[in-house]
Design a protein around this ligand. Structure first.
Ligand code: DLL
Length: 442
């Protein structure tokens, strides 16, 4: 009965699996991993060659940790085999194709079997239930529909959980506000930067956004800071939950925070094997150490991924979680190693800048970072918008810029140029926000 589940704070989509003892999970992983390796080796020439070259075979695997002997897969391997070279089944047998746009070169193409789509919907439903959604919640889905996995991933997951969906997709922001007001959904799915755009647009239209019945926001697809979370919780009157995923592995729902702690994203270990490696030496790191997240799929049929290097920098924890789920947690992804800026020897992610900026008096959370060359060194300039009701004369703008510059220096440790811009000057996000403009090569 949906009504009963709605009241049950401990509701889990699949309690048996989600609370499975870790030793049993490890056994299940080893068994599924072996099958996944066979599937890759037997059906994908790329993997056969890579395994042969590394002198490893699926039969040599005795436990899940033996995965360390297998070679990595990287994004260029997918691009080099564009469009279908890494699929483990013929195109005519697929149920669906998605692709990630990629800023350079060809898109990365990913394929799904009927079973893959079903498992994805189930894992997304599991994630949504962990986020506090219950059957019957009306979901306003503002993730983009199309080749991007966000829209359809959230859509199928919500339906699987028993939640009706408003498939709005991205864009048409003012119309979305009208729909939020009229349809009265309890859940918003979007990127955090688009959620901020919605909050701002609604406020401009005179709508009391925090008074709408929205109670959960399922936000992901880009890094966002805890400070931004506070901002979204307050302005939209909901509880923001972080959801993680990537097209190469499945799409959204590889991991999700739980409503109980919002402290790390439970990575669904019955379907994925998670490792952290040192991105320089490529050596495995221990639980709790920070490095690059590497994921192996355990149940993907159409496109098994073996040791996929995500470029996402994070750490894992298997400490027990208050919600009772036993699956490890992927701690908040602050950024990708290719987004990392090195400013006079200090490593900086855009989300760290965001964390400092949100909360500075008079400044809004709309910002952009420009990277440029200062002689031979990389330098960073930040443009941040002032709030509509803050003073906007030249002296006030300079004072706010100085204040932010000072906080960036004292908290992150880098010196940078800061300009305070007038409201509306920074482009608003329609999906994944473009935070960094790299002008170093132009
Ligand atoms: O962004 C899938 C997705 C859709 C996830 C909707 C969550 C919600 P891609 O377009 O392939 O897939 O981009 C994947 O986005 O490697 C991370 O760098 C980043 N990313 C995704 N979720 C998060 C998150 C989708 N919660 C890439 N926090 C990943 C930080 C995230 N970064």
């Amino acid at each position: 009965m949906p009504g009963t589940k709605r009241r049950d704070a401990d509701f889990m989509y699949d309690r048996t699996v989600e609370t499975m003892p870790r030793a049993s999970l490890a056994e299940l992983q080893a068994e599924r991993l072996r099958q996944s390796l066979y599937r890759a080796y037997d059906n994908v020439p790329f993997y056969r060659q890579a395994f042969d070259a590394a002198g490893v075979a699926p039969a040599s695997l005795t436990s899940a940790t033996d995965i360390r002997n297998f070679p990595f897969t990287v994004k260029t391997n997918l691009r080099d085999s564009y469009p279908y070279g890494i699929l483990a089944m013929p195109v005519e047998k697929l149920a669906r194709i998605h692709a990630s746009s990629g800023t350079t070169g060809k898109p990365t193409v990913v394929g799904y079997s009927v079973g893959d789509i079903d498992r994805w919907a189930m894992l997304m439903a599991r994630s949504m239930a962990a986020a506090g959604l219950r059957p019957g919640d009306l979901v306003h889905n503002a993730y983009g529909y199309g080749l991007f996995t966000g829209g359809l991933g959230a859509h199928y997951g919500a339906e699987k959980l028993g939640c009706p969906v408003v498939p709005v997709s991205g864009g048409g922001t003012e119309r979305q506000i009208t729909l939020l007001k009229d349809f009265r959904p309890s859940v918003l799915c979007s990127t955090p930067s688009y959620a901020l755009n919605l909050a701002e647009t609604g406020e401009k239209m005179g709508v009391d956004m925090a008074a709408l019945p929205l109670r959960r926001g399922l936000f992901g697809a880009e890094p966002w800071s805890n400070q931004m979370r506070g901002e979204l919780d307050r302005r939209l009157g909901l509880k923001s939950i972080d959801v993680y995923g990537l097209s190469e592995i499945m799409g959204p729902g590889v991991g999700c925070e739980c409503d109980a702690t919002r402290d790390g994203l439970h990575g669904w270990e019955d379907h994925f094997l998670f490792e952290i490696i040192d991105p320089e030496t490529l050596q495995p790191l221990a639980m709790g150490e920070t490095g690059e997240l590497v994921i192996t799929t355990l149940t993907k049929e159409a496109m098994p991924m073996i040791r996929y290097r995500t470029r996402d920098i994070t750490r894992l924890t298997d400490e027990p979680c208050a919600c009772g789920r036993t699956h490890l947690r992927i701690m908040r992804v602050d950024g990708r190693d290719d987004d990392m800026m090195i400013i006079r020897g200090v490593n900086v992610y855009p989300s760290q800048v965001e964390a400092v900026l949100v909360g500075i008096k008079g400044l809004s959370p709309h910002y952009q970072i420009r990277l440029f060359k200062d002689g031979v060194l990389d330098a960073m300039a930040i443009e941040a918008e002032v709030l509509p009701d803050a003073p906007q004369d030249a002296d006030a703008l300079i004072a706010m810029a100085v204040d932010l510059r000072h906080h960036i220096k004292s908290i992150i440790g880098v010196t940078c140029a800061v300009t305070a811009r007038l409201p509306g000057d920074i482009p608003r996000s329609q999906g994944k926000a473009v935070r960094v403009l790299d002008t170093r090569k132009s």
